[in-house]
Write a protein that binds this ligand. Structure first.
Ligand code: 5GP
Ligand code: ZN
Length: 111
């Protein structure tokens, strides 16, 4: 999608180090990490948010999570998956993405 920052990262128009990539998703470090480990799982196909997403991509990400958190070294102590949605949800990039945070005991609630 034109003018979507994550579509540009997916397309390689904005350079980024991809920690993982396959035909459906990329995983990159968040630019402003909120935890020692803070990555974004970004579906390659543009969709605005979790409400507009297909079941297929949500299930795909769920099924890839074990491999991703193992690669990040956070599978044993735990982690948090966050999907900010819309204005009140704090979504700043309107291209579906899953934050994965870990590497320390995370606080709760997050607001
Ligand atoms: P949201 O606020 O939409 O839930 O999350 C968007 C996230 O993308 C933010 O945590 C922000 O730091 C991150 N971000 C925004 N622009 C870029 C970028 O160009 N590169 C990377 N790696 N992360 C970005
Ligand atoms: Zn996009």
């Amino acid at each position: 999608m034109t003018d979507c920052i994550f579509c540009k990262i997916v397309a390689g128009e904005i350079p980024s180090k991809k920690l993982y990539e396959d035909d459906k998703i990329i995983v990159i470090n968040d630019l402003n990490p909120g935890a020692p480990v803070h990555v974004l799982i970004i579906p390659k196909e543009h969709t605005q948010n979790i409400l507009t997403a297909s079941d297929d991509i949500v299930v795909y990400v769920k099924n890839k999570l074990p491999e991703i958190v193992k690669q990040l070294g956070i599978e044993e102590k735990g982690f948090r998956v966050v999907v900010n949605t819309g204005e009140d949800g704090g979504q700043s990039v309107p291209h579906l993405h899953f934050h994965v945070l870990g590497g320390k005991a995370l606080g709760w609630p997050p607001c």
